[in-house]
Design a protein around this ligand. Structure first.
Ligand SMILES: [Zn+2]
Length: 128
């Protein structure tokens, strides 16, 4: 899957500075978690949620609060830490699953990782 929009796509309620801060935070967390395995960092900025490829990714309502469900996926083969947003449905599904079965992957994670790898390769192809 290839992202049709460019870097201008972002959740409407956030400015660029806030996005930058989030990215920085993700990067620092990734470095702390994966150490030198992190060679680079990429933000998946596709419109659609990388889990279901149906809903828009972005702002999630959780317990009456609006938030951004930012997630990170370490693509080890490429040494790239990919951050992404999910849609509300998938974010809540994963959140609930994690409460019941901590540290366990769901079939949704597998789909997310496959789609993110594809998106990343599509992104690389644009610049080669
Ligand atoms: Zn979704």
């Amino acid at each position: 899957m290839r992202s049709k929009r460019n870097r201008s796509s972002k959740p409407p309620s956030m400015g660029n500075a806030a996005i930058d801060d989030l990215m920085k935070m993700m990067y620092e967390q990734g470095k702390a978690q994966f150490g030198s395995a992190v060679k680079s960092f990429w933000f998946y900025d596709g419109d659609l949620c990388p889990a279901c490829l149906q809903n828009f990714a972005g702002v999630v309502n959780y317990k009456g609060k609006e938030g951004l469900a930012i997630n990170g996926f370490m693509y080890r083969e490429r040494g790239v830490l990919i951050s992404y947003f999910l849609c509300e449905v998938c974010a809540l599904f994963i959140h609930e699953h994690a409460q019941k079965h901590p540290y366990q992957q769901t079939p949704l994670h597998v789909r997310i990782e496959t789609n993110l790898r594809d998106a990343y390769h599509g992104h690389l192809a644009l610049f080669n």
